[in-house]
Structures are given as structure tokens and as C-alpha cells.
Design a protein around this ligand. Structure first.
Ligand SMILES: [Zn+2]
Ligand SMILES: [Zn+2]
Length: 285
């Protein structure tokens, strides 16, 4: 079995400068348009929620907190997709979405040099359809109001994710930001450091990180990777860390399977080998 520390030696890093050059004026224009549209949609939603009589402080607080948890999960899922699948050579998706993920592993401080547009544009773009959906929800009763507030809050936190993530990479964050990180109300730097250890295959959630441990406990991402490899035949992280390291990592993941999966596999194997064994397996008293 290949040991995890061997994989670190095999990790092939892409050229940071080439990745940084992929940020074109057309992508920047698209990002600015996305930010303006997103702010407008959230403004409309806030006005609608303010105007309805079905709303209340508890309902809104619950929507905001659940929205925060959901955003943390979404941040992890999107980050995992960007880190694990596809390549920077892919048309449209490659330059606009995959490039920033690859760049972040080889030059993690680059994000601290990005201005507001480069930091938040991408997330605003992917958030637009959900923000539009939240605005479109009819506010006919408390349930609908909750749904609209939840979607609006979740997508607001999704939008704020890259900003929180950027702050976690600052050497000396502003005092208030540092305090929020210390009490773990936004992504703390120490917590995020776990993701930045090669081969970059855990702790993907980057809004606040509350979902990282539960997802790790249930082996969420390794299971998803196996499913996608099974369906598409793709090797996870091949473009990010190179074929050799990616293959070695899959071998390690296979060796450290979720207990429940292992048990299921052994059961299947046993029943295939001895189909009649289960019938008379009860001990005679
Ligand atoms: Zn990553
Ligand atoms: Zn990071």
C-alpha cells in the first residue's frame, strides 16, 4: 500500500504564472456585470421581505443560520468539484471556473492580491440563478417567506464565501475579522490550513468550515469521487496534482474504506461464495 507521505512527493504543481495569466478582460467584464446584477436582486428580495406582514425576527434568524450551514456545504461541494474534476484547458469552464482553483493550490497568497471584483465576481455569477429564484418566490404565507429568506440568505453567504476565504489567507487581518475568525464565526486560518496540505483532498468547506468535520466523518467526498469515477471513468485530481499522485491517492482511498462499505462488500462476497450458508447458519439450541 502507498503511504500518504509518498503522495506528497509525487504531487506535480502547475505553473502559477501561466494560471494567473488566464484572467482575461472578458472574464473581468462578466464578473462586474454579475456583481451588479447580484446586488440588485438581493436588494429587491430584502425590500420584498421587509414589505410583507408574514415575516418575523425568529423566522428570519432561522433562515439566516440555516442558510449559513447550507452555504458552507455548497462552498465545499463547489470547491471539491473545482479542485477534483476537469482541467484548465476546457472551453469556457476551464478559464472561468477551474483556473482559480488550480491557481489557489500553487499560489495561495494570490487571492490576497485579488481586488474586490476578482475575489467576488465568480461567486456572484454562480449565485445569480438562485438569487433570481428567491425573488420569484411568491410571499403568500410564512412558509413561502421562509423559503425566500432561506434562499436569499444562503446565496448571500455563498457570495461572501470568497471574501471570508481571502481573509483566512491574510497575514494580518483587520481586528474585527481576526476576532470573528478566532471565535469561528467565519473561516479561521488554522482550520483552512488543513485543506492546503497536499494532496488537497479534505476540508473543502470555506464559508465557515462548520460542515468539514461532519462531512469527513461520513466520508462524503471520497464516496462522491468513487461514484463519479464509476460513472464517467475520470480520475479525480488528475489535472491538479498529476496522474501519478492522483492514482496513488485513489489506491489509499480504496484501502481506507468506510467501515459500512467494507462490511457491505464482505457480506456480498460471502453470499456470492456460499449462497446456501445463510439458510442453516442459525445455531441449534
Ligand atoms: Zn482547494
Ligand atoms: Zn485557501
Amino acid at each position: 500500500m502507498t503511504k500518504p507521505d509518498k503522495i506528497t512527493d509525487k504531487v506535480r504543481l502547475q505553473d502559477a504564472q501561466t494560471l494567473a495569466q488566464g484572467y482575461s478582460p472578458a472574464i473581468r467584464a462578466m464578473e462586474i456585470a454579475s456583481i451588479v446584477s447580484f446586488v440588485a436582486l438581493e436588494g429587491v428580495l430584502a425590500y420584498k421581505l421587509w414589505s410583507t406582514h408574514h415575516t418575523g425576527p425568529w423566522l428570519l434568524t432561522l433562515a439566516v443560520v440555516l442558510g449559513y450551514l447550507a452555504a458552507d456545504f455548497v462552498s465545499g461541494f463547489v470547491h471539491w468539484m473545482g479542485d477534483t474534476w476537469g482541467s484548465t484547458e476546457m472551453p469556457v469552464l476551464g478559464k472561468a471556473f477551474i483556473r482559480p482553483f488550480r491557481e489557489h493550490h500553487v499560489d495561495e497568497k494570490a487571492i490576497t492580491r485579488h481586488d474586490f471584483v476578482e475575489t467576488n465576481g465568480n461567486n456572484c455569477l454562480v449565485s445569480l440563478p438562485v438569487a433570481a429564484l428567491a425573488v420569484a418566490v411568491p410571499l403568500n404565507g410564512p412558509g413561502w417567506v421562509f423559503l425566500a429568506a432561506f434562499l436569499g440568505a444562503m446565496i448571500f453567504w455563498v457570495m461572501a464565501t470568497n471574501q471570508f476565504h481571502k481573509w483566512s489567507h491574510l497575514d494580518t487581518p483587520p481586528a474585527l475579522i481576526h476576532f470573528l475568525q478566532r471565535v469561528h464565526l467565519i473561516l479561521p486560518p488554522d482550520h483552512h490550513r488543513i485543506h492546503h496540505t497536499a494532496p488537497f483532498n479534505q476540508y473543502y468547506c470555506i464559508t465557515v468550515g462548520w460542515m468539514n468535520r461532519p462531512l469527513r466523518m461520513i466520508h462524503f467526498f471520497p464516496l462522491m469521487e468513487r461514484l463519479i469515477t464509476f460513472v464517467t471513468g475520470q480520475l479525480p485530481r488528475q489535472d491538479d496534482i498529476g496522474t501519478e499522485a492522483a492514482q496513488a491517492l485513489v489506491a489509499v482511498d480504496d484501502a481506507t474504506q468506510v467501515p459500512v462499505l467494507q462490511a457491505a462488500k464482505e457480506l456480498l462476497k460471502a453470499s456470492a461464495e456460499e449462497p446456501a450458508a445463510t439458510v442453516s447458519s442459525r445455531p441449534v439450541p
